[in-house]
Ligand binder design. Sequence first.
Ligand SMILES: C[S@@+](CC[C@H](N)C(=O)[O-])C[C@H]1O[C@@H](n2cnc3c(N)ncnc32)[C@H](O)[C@@H]1O
Length: 181
Amino acid sequence: MHKPLTKIMHDFLRPHLNQEAIVIDATCGNGQDTVFLAEHTKEVFAFDIQKKALEQTKKTLAKTGLTNVRLIHDSHENIALYTVDAIEVIMFNLGYLPGGDKTITTMRESTLSALKVALELLKPSGLISLIIYPGHKEGLKETNAVLAWFKTLPKEKYEILSIEKYTDEKAPKGFLIQKKG
Ligand SMILES: C[S@@+](CC[C@H](N)C(=O)[O-])C[C@H]1O[C@@H](n2cnc3c(N)ncnc32)[C@H](O)[C@@H]1O
């Protein structure tokens, strides 16, 4: 019941990862998700707009000895410029850097652009994981924008699973979007 959503997401993703997989961490932050992905895959492309986050992720990775990560200082809207297609898993953990500047947060317009590009890069049966935080102002706008966008996705092409605390509307929400095929 009290397992953090980030860990619940890892549990869902683990069966989809393997040593041949190429994956993306679209918001590397402090590097917890990057390390998780790197442990279970061939290669990780990890993005963040903050140098501080990339440095933090580099430090987190250094403690593990993992070297299969490319750290990229750019917005996730531009993931297609750096990565290949046929991506197995793309993780988005939205919001701001824990312990960092709360005014630097993901924004709904760029998040939606990035999610659209991410769908294109996914291989058939590939997954996007998304954690979103309606408990803060921009996070709530972002949540509403993402939920509205979900309604536009063709059901025959995509399946969406939602993981949320039904009794707390401000709690983080998790989603898994699978490209059918
Ligand atoms: C909640 S944190 C991510 C936590 C991280 N996955 C971890 O395991 O520690 C969100 C991150 O998204 C980053 N971010 C905000 N806007 C972004 C954008 N347009 N492109 C890429 N990263 C962005 C922030 O700088 C912040 O580090």
